[in-house]
Write a protein that binds this ligand. Structure first.
Ligand code: AMP
Length: 184
């Protein structure tokens, strides 16, 4: 199965994605985690991305599109994948479609974890990642609304968007995702 999971910072995407990937035996591809790992090891990608990530800004589309292209060419993606944190802009969403066309693959579902902003803020403040400083969190929430929410309009007319209220327990959310995707 090929999935994307969408939601603001602190929506619980990582938690849900990990469980779902374990169950479906597909790789969890988190662009945020890839960038943070690249920053920690001072890889070229990390050097290019560090200032954006630390300030809660979006890394330029061209860098992200190439990162995902390389990642989806790896052999572990044959049985499917779950993208967490990608796409994040309308441009990335369109480019993902072009890439999938080239790879003769199709997206099965977009999963949107809908969580109110004050809860996003509170949860992110409780973490300790390098981009979990109040200013950066505020900016990430803002950018989520400006740049990522429009993607929901891109996916929903295709009838492939599953919206879940994300301010429930992680178990309840996982249950609703499994039901929505008709996985038993
Ligand atoms: P995340 O863990 O998904 O919240 O991502 C952490 C940070 O990595 C974001 O605040 C951005 O700076 C950067 N990032 C992750 N994914 C993307 C993307 N698809 N496009 C642009 N920037 C991204």
């Amino acid at each position: 199965m090929r999935l994307v999971i969408l939601g603001g910072p602190g929506a619980g995407k990582g938690t849900q994605a990990e469980q779902l990937c374990h169950r479906l035996r597909i790789p969890w591809i988190s662009t945020g985690e890839m960038l943070i790992a690249a920053i920690a090891t001072q890889a070229d990608l990390g050097k290019q991305a560090a200032s954006y990530v630390e300030q809660g800004e979006l890394v330029p589309d061209e860098i992200m599109i190439e990162l995902i292209r390389q990642r989806l060419l790896l052999p572990d993606t044959r049985q499917g994948w779950l993208l967490d944190g990608y796409p994040r802009t309308a441009f990335q969403a369109e480019e993902l479609d072009f890439l999938l066309e080239d790879l003769h693959q199709g997206l099965d579902w977009g999963i949107y974890l809908n969580v109110p902003d004050p809860i996003l803020m509170e949860r992110s403040l409780g973490r300790s990642r390098l981009d979990d400083k109040p200013g950066a969190i505020q900016r990430r929430i803002e950018l989520f609304h400006q740049r990522t929410v429009p993607i929901l309009e891109y996916y929903s007319p295709r009838g492939r968007l599953l919206e879940i209220q994300g301010d429930q327990s992680p178990q309840q959310i996982q249950q609703e995702i499994l039901q929505g995707l008709k996985i038993d």
